[in-house]
Design a protein around this ligand. Structure first.
Ligand code: ATP
Ligand code: MG
Length: 260
């Protein structure tokens, strides 16, 4: 795969987690996790199964709440926000969930229109134009009337992506966007994440088990282990790191990938 021209990070973080402690009862998921994500970058989060990657994304959307520490999104500390105050923040953050999560009984059109309507958009002409635009952006023009069951796995992921960008978010979260796809679709979806990031000027946080895709698209990589981020940095720096912990981690991931 050809690799992206990496973007250097600059400015104030658009997403920032500080000293985050989070768990479920006796299970401790994070103890003192810190992470800064900068405007416009693609940051990929890698880590073992169960290390807390999905939990991390859900903390940014406040679908889950940490026990202590702060989470900032676009300058706002959302730690103590109630659901009402989260609404405008959620509008800035789009998420492609781990299992695609399209409504099977709704057409592609209705799947993409749904979150727009839920947030109070009721101008049908606007919705129709927006649905057309985002389907065009993901390379699936004209499939509005189809049902999810009529689409391939790769097309479903791209529709989920179209839905996530419909509200023009500032931050896009992707939870394993390429899992379960064949190599051609892995590449297609990876290239799409990259081109949307550059075209829409969004900040993208991607969780993946796919190292090849991570190397291809990421400006920076962050590794989750031991209940925190153990390493973060520019993709090439981490990829060729001499740090034994980073090297062991990447070769274990590479092994896991080959074993799949
Ligand atoms: N809602 C929940 N209630 C209780 N435990 C949870 C909940 N969500 C996650 N967990 C637990 O938190 C830990 C981290 O889960 P998470 O889903 O973030 O892992 P992950 O890194 O995304 O794994 P995978 O790569 O398999 O998707 C796991 O032990 C999981 O069982
Ligand atoms: Mg997960």
């Amino acid at each position: 795969m050809t690799e992206a021209r990496r973007r250097p990070v600059s400015g104030d973080p658009i997403v920032q987690l500080r000293d985050v402690h989070m768990g479920f009862g006796a299970l401790r998921v994070f103890e003192g996790l810190n992470l800064d994500v900068y405007p416009g970058e693609i940051l990929t989060i890698i880590g073992g199964s169960g290390s807390g990657k999905s939990v991390l994304l859900k903390l940014i959307l406040r679908l889950l709440q940490q026990q202590s520490g702060t989470v900032r999104v676009d300058g706002e500390d959302i730690s103590a926000y109630d659901e009402g105050r989260m609404l405008p923040v959620r509008r800035k953050v789009g998420m492609v969930f781990q299992n695609g999560a399209l409504f099977d009984s709704l057409t592609v059109y209705e799947n993409i229109a749904y979150p727009l309507r839920e947030r109070g958009v009721d101008d049908d002409a606007f919705i129709s134009q927006r649905v057309g635009e985002v389907l065009e952006m993901v390379g699936l023009p004209g499939i509005e009337p189809k049902l999810p069951a009529e689409l391939s796995g790769g097309m479903r992921k791209r529709v989920a992506l179209a839905r996530a960008i419909a509200e023009a978010p500032k931050v896009l979260l992707y939870d394993e966007p390429t899992t379960g796809l064949d190599p051609i679709n892995v590449r297609r979806v990876s290239e799409l994440i990259l081109s949307l990031n550059r075209r829409l000027d969004v900040t993208s946080i991607v969780v993946t088990h796919d190292l090849a895709s991570a190397y291809m698209i990421s400006d920076r990589l962050a590794m989750v282990a031991e209940r925190r981020i153990i390493a973060v940095g520019p993709t090439e720096e981490l990829r060729h790191s001499a740090d034994p912990q980073v090297r062991d981690f990447l070769s274990a991931m590479d092994y896991e990938r080959r074993a799949e």
